[in-house]
Design a protein around this ligand. Structure first.
Ligand code: GLN
Length: 505
């Protein structure tokens, strides 16, 4: 009996090893054993390795030598920033973002500043600006530097950057959220006014919610990704974080719109949705939201921590004072988190196999960034990335793509149920996180990650816009709601977010 177990264990190790070799991920014996167990449990339909005490991840030490990273700002006590300009960079002092200081997540190219994607394996000093950065400069913004992040944008807490963990300025015992950890912390601390983050499964909205600021995940393909290092191209979006909805909306207006260097980017004014033009003026009108209807789903509220649910319910009730009607709806979120984890990690494994490009999926055709991606792969992306990618890569290979297709089908079904909701409601409002910001060191397994992405990742799977706003405080910690709207109705999501901001306590 035990020899059968031993041989199936050996088979599982070989399966993981084969994928690791194919993708250029080097894994030590311990990690191989851990991932073989994960793969075995997944095959047996047991999705809870943590109960067996396996799969726990060591949280890296607090910031060490990397605190002295060149250009690091002494006043950045959150370790939110990485490379910064000696003198902050502006292109023009006129424009809607004149005087607004910006940190840019370190997976977005900024000319002359080292880019690491939060990984010690990745390094390039781009000779060019990502389209979004160039557009912010054209709108008058001042670029300060790069924001710390989880390695390759994987991780929901801000504890795993190779350059030290990011501290939550509201409460150092709570995580800053991830993966755009430095973006959230730098905005919340007042180090900058605005930050760019990226959101594949919640990575703008999770740190925004943990740090008590506004975060925008735009409609997929509204904002061009040229100069951005993808995690999962069909889910990836670049979006702004700010201390108020108006600044975030102004930034989104500046960065949205097609770019020939990202052939997947689209012109929102040419689509069926609402163009962004004028949204900042609308937000300034206190009666702007009157007449809108928001849908509130029972199940995510039911799944949320009681205090989080009550705080979001309270905000929704107060929306009535602004003339916003509420509609209770039932939405089935089951299986969406698994779909997200499989789709996201499988797409990253294709990027690894394709040396940085998934053909037809967008933005990765820049030689500097492709060369940096190839070198990073050679240098070894490390255990954190391997843990995320290999289980999905094994599943993808063993099911010949069927697991990925099943995830996509689940997303299509969810998109259909969401479309039905939007027939009678302008937007959906639900808690951004179902829980309060976790304590540092508490999020170690896949199961710990799930409550953090449960309400955010479904939006990425269907491409819709979602704007998160802090609406209340519980035990001194922020609780945020997100406004979700139909694809390309980003202006509506912003207007509902503006209303939530007005009724925040
Ligand atoms: N933090 C989430 C995760 O680790 C989302 C990642 C992201 O959006 N980049 O999956």
């Amino acid at each position: 009996m035990s020899s059968v177990d031993d041989s199936s264990r050996d088979d599982d190790r070989e399966t993981v090893r084969a994928q690791a070799d194919r993708l250029g991920l080097s894994v030590g014996d311990d990690l191989l054993g851990e991932l073989a167990t994960v793969v075995r449990q997944a095959a047996e339909g047991d999705a809870n390795p943590s109960e067996k005490g396996d799969g726990a991840v060591d949280v890296p030490e607090a910031p060490g030598e990397w605190m002295c990273h060149a250009g690091h700002r002494a006043e950045d006590s959150e370790n939110a920033l990485l490379a910064v300009y000696d003198e902050s960079r502006t292109r023009t002092d006129v424009g809607p973002l004149a005087g607004v200081t910006v940190a840019v997540k370190d997976n977005i190219a900024v000319r002359g500043l080292e880019m690491t994607c939060g990984s010690a394996a990745y390094s390039v000093v781009p000779s060019f600006d990502a389209t979004v950065v160039s557009r912010l400069l054209d709108a008058g913004a001042t670029i300060v530097g790069k924001a710390n992040m989880e390695p390759l944008a994987m991780g929901p807490t801000g504890e795993f950057s190779d350059f030290g963990h990011v501290t939550n300025p509201l409460d150092s015992e709570r995580v800053a959220g991830g993966s755009s950890s430095g973006s959230g912390a730098a905005v919340a601390a007042g180090t900058v006014d605005l930050a760019l983050g990226s959101d594949t499964g919640g990575s703008v909205r999770i740190p925004a919610a943990c740090c008590g600021v506004v975060g925008v995940k735009p409609t997929h393909r509204l904002v061009p990704r040229y100069g951005f290092v993808d995690f999962a191209p069909s889910l990836d979006t670049v979006g702004p974080l700010a201390r108020d909805v108006s600044t975030a909306a102004t930034a989104l207006e500046a960065i949205a719109g097609p770019d020939h260097r990202d052939p997947t980017s689209v012109d929102c004014t040419a689509s069926s949705g609402t163009p962004l033009d004028g949204v900042t003026e609308e937000l300034a009108d206190p009666d702007d939201a009157a007449g809108l209807t928001v849908a509130v789903p029972e199940s995510p509220l039911g799944r949320a921590d009681d205090r989080v649910a009550a705080a979001v319910e309270g905000a929704v009730d107060r929306l009535g004072d602004l003339g916003v009607a509420t509609d209770r709806v039932t939405l089935d979120f089951d299986g969406l988190d698994d779909a997200y984890l499989n789709v996201g990690a499988a797409e990253f494994s294709w990027l690894l196999a394709g040396s940085g490009v998934v053909r037809g999926q967008g933005s990765g055709y820049n030689e500097e960034l492709l060369a940096a991606f190839r070198s990073a792969r050679q240098n070894g992306l490390g255990d954190h990335v391997a843990r995320r990618v290999l289980p999905a890569a094994v599943l993808d290979a063993e099911t010949d793509g069927e697991a990925y297709a099943a995830g996509r089908r689940r997303a299509v079904a969810f998109a259909e149920s969401l479309a039905a909701v939007f027939e009678s409601a302008d937007a959906l409002v639900l808690p951004t996180l179902g829980v309060l910001p976790p304590r540092v060191g508490e999020t170690t397994t896949r199961e710990d990650l799930l409550p953090l992405v449960a309400n955010t990742a479904p939006c990425n799977l269907v491409g819709v816009p979602a704007v998160t706003v802090p609406v209340a405080t519980v035990d001194g910690l922020p609780v945020s709601a997100q406004a979700v709207a139909p694809r390309f109705a980003d202006a509506t999501a912003l207007r509902v977010a503006g209303a939530l901001e007005r009724v925040a306590e």
